[in-house]
Design a protein around this ligand. Structure first.
Ligand code: CUA
Length: 154
């Protein structure tokens, strides 16, 4: 004869609460993703990940404004060394050619994800000269810790 496992009533209650929280969370996530269409932050445009992306580089759009197009790819950023004059306002457009990468420039408000199929964007005005480090801060594989680039403000 099989032995019945006796469960403490409180243990049963906590299991039920845990299950309920999980179900509510899945419903909320499902609603956000599929119905409310909440997607990667700042994702303004989509690109075909197969073709894969935008062409990386810097375009001057005004006397002190630029558009900087970045492609993140394991384990580099293109462009790898961006040179801009001080007091420039730069609109950054970022996508990935493979997996999710990060796009983070310490001491600025630039902090994005690089997501395949999406172009995320943020703007920053560089008022101090110097070399800024651009880091990948999303774990993306074996070379993640070597994935960085430079932004030189001259
Ligand atoms: Cu790219 Cu971590």
């Amino acid at each position: 004869m099989q032995q019945r496992i006796e469960m403490d009533p409180y243990e049963k209650l906590f299991l039920k609460i845990g299950l309920l929280v999980l179900v509510v969370w899945l419903i909320v996530i499902g609603f956000e993703g599929f119905i409310a269409n909440i997607n990667p932050p700042t994702g303004s445009q989509t690109v075909d990940p197969a073709k894969y992306s935008i062409s990386p580089g810097l375009n001057k759009t005004g006397p002190d404004t630029y558009d900087a197009y970045y492609v993140a790819k394991a384990f580099t950023f293109q462009p790898n060394d961006l040179k801009i004059p001080v007091n420039s306002t730069v609109h950054f457009y970022v996508t990935s050619a493979d997996v999710v990468h990060g796009f983070f420039v310490p001491h600025t408000d630039l902090n994005m994800m690089a997501v395949p199929g999406w172009v995320n964007n943020e703007t920053h005005r560089f008022t101090k000269k110097g070399t800024y480090l651009l880091l990948c801060h999303e774990y993306c594989g074996i070379g993640h810790q070597d994935m960085f680039a430079k932004i030189e403000v001259q």
